[in-house]
Design a protein. Structure first.
Length: 708
């Protein structure tokens, strides 16, 4: 017999109580009447017999009651051969997700993460499957489930350790929500999975407060997938102070502004409050000029303006006095005039408030602050090489054949054009046909009786995406005095998408695909003779919608990018263009490349071209990585992520499995119930026997009468 709670057997020691009571019970059983003892000489008592047990059956019943109660509380069970074999734990599919973001560069974190990962791999059985992935801004798979299965079981922990040693933390931000969603999707139930399969994500991270979790807000977490968090912490636990460049352009070479603003933040657990901020030397070893001293309490932030030295061109700002130095440098370069170009084809004077060009220049003033520039081209001007890199080309009337042909080539190669004819004449019809690569499209002038309104709009089109919110989708106050109507048959033959219609049903805004680009047609212009569009609040978002619908870059190149950002190349890379990252390597770009994506290191990048020489841009760590205070696990639970206990065993030990098996057998047998029942029966018999014994030895009543 086995016991689930054997400590209760110690209660059997209470059997000694009735034994002791039986031994010390020496009360007189009978009474004998005797005369006075006054004349007798006292003598000491002499023991004539040894102490002996009386009523052995009564003593035995009392001992049995106590013994049965002790056995019942100890929960006995009989272990049979089937139950003796502990059930094997179900197989597991585990995705080991390791954080390699910039905050993991803090002292001791990466070594602790590798140790946790190797320990997890060691605790798995041969039937379990594991996949290894790292994440920062994006997730990267290092070991797949198939690769784990193909590796001999004895070599699997070493495989995990070697892959992590080859990786190491980078400089990117922590997009934890996106990584968890990708991990959960890879663990969703498959048709060939056994019902008992355990699917789990093991997250090894510092789980810092700056982790991005927005992806989890709209994600429905799959059933059967749980998350186990292995949080790693620094040994010092002295908090962190971070340095970030404020979101405003630094001074250009010709600007009068000679200051740069930065923000210094400290975490709630920061211990050092004396900090120094200033311009750094070229190698980052120290300050190039006297630094500013700050005293910040924990959890505070402070903005500081630094004067740019006139006798040098520093490219970095340093923060000193912080224990964790991974985020104590920001890089910057003078902003270059890389404004987005809008090409206007026509002879409009730019200062006439009745012409379309006047309003375009009010929207895109062409200053460094705006980042946009309108470039007029007269009808007699030919296209230049720079014109082919414009973000948008606009024409409001008939164009010469050569210019119309150049505009068609611009669109066919991927550009975006807007054609808004002011009249329905033959030249405009011919230009539109030439632009679309078709025959001239007939159009007629339609004057509105009073005014026309937009009656049907496609808010799913990128052109109108800014107005999709019901707060901004009201176009009823926008009036059109006249418009052009196109031939219905010609529109039916073309692959056209009508973005908006007038209340009469005629198309107002249309989109024609041409080669790799697209042509937008406004049948009514924005100048006062045609409509109120230029005077409405819809005009500016509509023009920016044209740029976004064409996939063009809006605004000037930022003064500094964040690790992992895609850097647009304006103009596209020519033959021989190369980029030199901060580590001194050289990346040769393919001809025609429009973006550079290998921004994996913080520092200054140089773009070298044969025609325009060298230009530079800066790449910095995301400011969110400086928020190193641990994120509460309750935040993940609030977003619907099921969490296991903080430090559970990945697989129950042999002792735990044996205990579970014993509990299951005992719950089926329930022998304790029989012990309690038997003790109640014994207690009843003991009570009955005690009552009978008492009556048997009771003295007879005294019937004698005393005489004088």
């Amino acid at each position: 017999m086995n016991f689930l709670a054997p400590l209760f057997l110690a209660g059997a020691a209470a059997i000694a109580a009735p034994v002791i009571f039986h031994l010390i019970r020496r009360s007189t059983r009978q009474r004998t009447l005797f005369s006075s003892l006054l004349f007798l000489q006292a003598s000491p008592p002499r023991m004539r017999r040894r102490s002996r047990f009386e009523d052995l059956l009564l003593l035995l019943l009392r001992c049995i009651v106590l013994l049965l109660l002790a056995i019942g509380f100890a929960r006995p069970f009989l272990r049979n051969p089937i139950a003796a074999a502990a059930p094997s734990a179900p197989a597991q599919r585990i995705l080991l997700l390791v954080d390699v973001s910039a905050s993991m560069r803090r002292a001791g974190l990466w070594d602790a993460a590798m140790a946790r990962a190797e320990k997890t791999a060691l605790e798995l059985s041969t039937d379990d499957r594991l996949a290894l992935a790292t994440f920062d801004r994006e997730s990267q798979s290092l070991i797949s489930f198939d690769a784990w299965t193909a590796t001999p079981s004895a070599q699997r922990p070493a495989l995990v350790a070697s892959r992590l040693r080859e990786t190491g933390p980078g400089w990117s931000s922590t997009h934890l929500g996106r990584a968890l969603v990708n991990a959960a999707e890879s663990l969703v139930e498959r048709a060939d999975d056994p019902p008992s399969l355990v699917r789990r994500i093991v997250l090894i991270s510092d789980l810092q407060e700056g982790s991005q979790l927005d992806t989890l807000q709209s994600y429905d977490w799959p059933k059967g997938v749980s998350l186990h968090v292995e949080r790693v912490e620094t040994a010092s636990r002295q908090g962190n102070a971070g340095l970030a460049l404020l979101d405003e352009p630094p001074p250009s070479a010709s600007a009068t502004n000679t200051t740069v603003r930065v923000r210094i933040t400290t975490t709630r657990d920061a211990t050092a409050n004396r900090l120094e901020v200033g311009w750094g030397t070229g190698d980052g070893s120290g300050f190039a000029s006297p630094a500013s001293e700050l005293h910040l309490p924990p959890g505070a932030n402070h903005s500081l303006s630094l004067v740019v030295p006139r006798d040098s061109a520093p490219d970095r700002i340093l923060l000193r006095g912080d224990t964790e130095t991974f985020d104590n440098t920001v890089f910057l370069v003078p902003s270059a005039n890389l404004a987005t170009r809008i090409l206007f084809l026509g002879d409009d004077p730019g200062d006439d408030p009745k012409q379309p060009l006047y309003f375009l220049r009010r929207v895109f003033p062409g200053t460094n602050a705006s980042g946009f520039m309108v470039t007029p081209r007269k009808a007699a001007d030919a296209f230049s090489d720079d014109d082919s890199h414009a973000a948008l080309a606009i024409a409001t009337g008939g164009l010469p054949d050569k210019q119309a042909g150049s505009l068609h080539e611009f669109v066919d190669s991927g550009g975006t054009a807007l054609f808004a004819p002011r009249t329905a004449d033959t030249a405009a019809s011919a230009t539109l046909g030439k632009l679309l690569g078709r025959a001239p499209m007939a159009m007629e002038e339609i004057p509105a009786r009073s005014y026309a309104m937009l009656g049907e709009l496609d808010f799913g089109h990128p052109l109108l995406s800014a107005f999709a919110n019901p707060r901004y989708s009201d176009f009823t106050k926008l009036h059109f005095w006249r418009y052009r109507r196109f031939d219905t048959n010609a529109l039916a033959a073309a692959n056209v998408r009508v973005v908006a219609r007038f209340d009469s049903g005629d198309p107002a805004w249309l989109e024609f695909p041409v080669g790799r680009g697209r042509v937008f047609v406004f049948t009514s212009g924005w100048h006062p003779d045609d409509s109120q569009l230029a005077l409405s609040t819809k005009f500016v978002p509509l023009l920016f919608g044209l740029l976004e619908a064409g996939g063009q870059v809006t605004g000037q190149r930022p003064h500094a990018y964040t690790i992992g950002d895609s850097v647009p190349l304006i103009p596209p890379a020519a033959s021989g263009t190369s980029i030199h990252p901060p580590d001194g390597s050289t990346v040769t770009l393919s001809t025609g490349a429009t973006n550079f994506t290998r921004t994996t290191l913080p520092g200054i990048y140089s773009i070298i071209t044969a025609s325009s020489g060298t230009s530079r841009f800066a790449v910095n760590i995301a400011p969110s990585e400086s928020r190193t205070v641990p994120l509460p696990l309750e935040e993940l639970e609030r977003l619907g992520v099921p969490l296991r206990q903080q430090n559970p065993e990945l697989k129950p030990s042999a002792e735990r499995l044996d205990e579970l098996a014993a509990t299951e057998v005992e719950s089926r047998q329930k022998l304790w119930r029989w012990c309690i029942a038997a003790s109640l029966v014994a207690l009843f018999l003991e009570s009955a026997l005690a009552g009978w014994t008492t009556r048997r030895v009771a003295p007879a009543p005294d019937t004698t009468t005393a005489t004088a």
